[in-house]
Design a protein around this ligand. Structure first.
Ligand code: SF4
Ligand code: SF4
Length: 367
């Protein structure tokens, strides 16, 4: 009941990414079983082209005030349920160690919200690193996210490293075992930002290493057209690579065996296929779900290969399927797991509204 009420809060803030993690990995695990971690997008998703320090700082402040609102909503629920909880401070303990008492970033990786980029910042698929994190430690158990344990920065990307004015970043791909000092010389970064105190009356927010990050540029081309076609036998191999990938299947089913993929393909080859292949420039990048949901509606969805995530393809496919359904005089439904934050965000942005839950899945209908 407690978990359901907390998830309900986030269903009313669909742009916020959130997750739960067991915190037995840290000393606070002795007093609190879990952390609820959430990531509020910066007010303005600046790029290197429109970056100024003032606008960047303003974006952080906007996120901070939203974050306080959400924390207050969650606190009300926790108090109602008389749950034991603690809100760890954001501030670092002291200027020497420059470490917070409880790392929101580490908790975010454990909760599956994102990974540490080569810029030592949590990178989310949806907003890249342009998020502000918060966490509450709660002495209750929840459904936990799947921890992310390795960085997903492209090996050849050095944008954040190149732009850092004090060369604090060490060009290291993160893994969960690595210490912060292997990724960043945090003292250097802090010294550079502290040098602005006399001028700004505060440390510089800097954030250049966030502004340049290509992750989170979710809408590159609103008019892109992907090819949606009936599957054929040649799709077996890329389809199996997709359906056997644990990251892809995280919210769906356990990864498929070859036999399960064959059965899936057989259904897709039938006269009334439930799914269709998606090609980009002639290459298979995943599939869309498009089949009858009820008398008035079709159900849609998309499953794409991880190297195509974050490019706006899911959004483009949603747009194409809305057009198709309208041509057929049908409305649309998207069903998703409560943890599928990106799916919910795309649904809401395209005019779907939350219409309830069934069998543990959230239902969004095109309004
Ligand atoms: S915040 Fe600025 S100084 Fe610090 S690592 Fe990023 S680019 Fe470098
Ligand atoms: S700029 Fe490139 S290397 Fe740096 S965090 Fe973003 S993806 Fe990773």
């Amino acid at each position: 009941m407690l978990e359901k009420e907390i998830r309900k809060v986030f269903s009313e803030h669909p742009d916020i990414i959130y997750g739960f993690t067991d915190i037995s990995y840290c000393p606070y695990g002795e007093d609190y079983h879990s952390a609820l971690v959430f990531a509020v997008p910066y007010g303005e998703q600046l790029t290197a082209d429109d970056y100024t320090e003032e606008r960047f700082e303003q974006g952080i402040q906007t996120a901070r005030s939203r974050l306080e609102t959400v924390v207050a909503e969650i606190e009300q629920i926790l108090q109602k349920h008389q749950a034991k909880y603690w809100i760890p401070p954001v501030a670092q303990e002291n200027e020497k160690e420059l470490r917070a008492l409880f790392s929101f970033k580490t908790a975010a990786a454990h909760a599956g919200i994102g990974w540490f980029g080569k810029n030592d910042v949590i990178i989310t698929e949806r907003y890249g690193p342009r998020v502000r994190l918060s966490a509450l430690l709660i002495d209750e158990r929840f459904t936990y996210g799947q921890p992310v344990t390795v960085g997903r920065c492209p090996e050849n990307c050095t944008k954040c490293i190149d732009i850092c004015p004090c060369k604090a970043l060490k060009n290291q791909q993160w893994t969960i075992e690595k210490d912060r000092s292997e990724i960043i010389d945090y003292q250097k970064c802090n010294r550079m930002r502290s040098a602005f105190i006399s001028k700004l009356g505060r440390k510089s927010a800097c954030g250049l290493c966030l502004a340049v990050c290509p992750f989170g540029r979710a809408e590159p081309d609103q008019n892109m057209e992907l090819t949606i076609r009936k599957m054929n036998e040649r799709d077996l191999e890329p389809l199996h690579a997709l359906l056997s990938d644990p990251d892809v299947m995280l919210f769906l089913e356990p990864p498929y065996s070859t036999e399960q993929t064959r059965s899936f393909l057989q259904a897709a080859l039938s006269d009334a296929p439930p799914v269709y292949a998606v090609d980009q420039d002639g290459a298979f990048i995943g599939y869309v779900i498009y089949h009858t949901y009820d008398e008035d509606s079709m159900e849609i969805g998309w499953v794409l290969t991880p190297d195509q995530w974050g490019k706006g393809y899911a959004s483009a496919l949603t747009k194409q399927m809305i057009a198709r359904a309208r041509n057929e005089g049908k409305s649309l439904v998207i069903e998703c797991d409560p943890g599928q934050e990106i799916t919910k965000h795309i649904a809401v942005r395209h005019g779907f509204v939350w219409s309830g839950e069934e069998n543990g899945l959230e239902i969004y209908r095109l309004s």
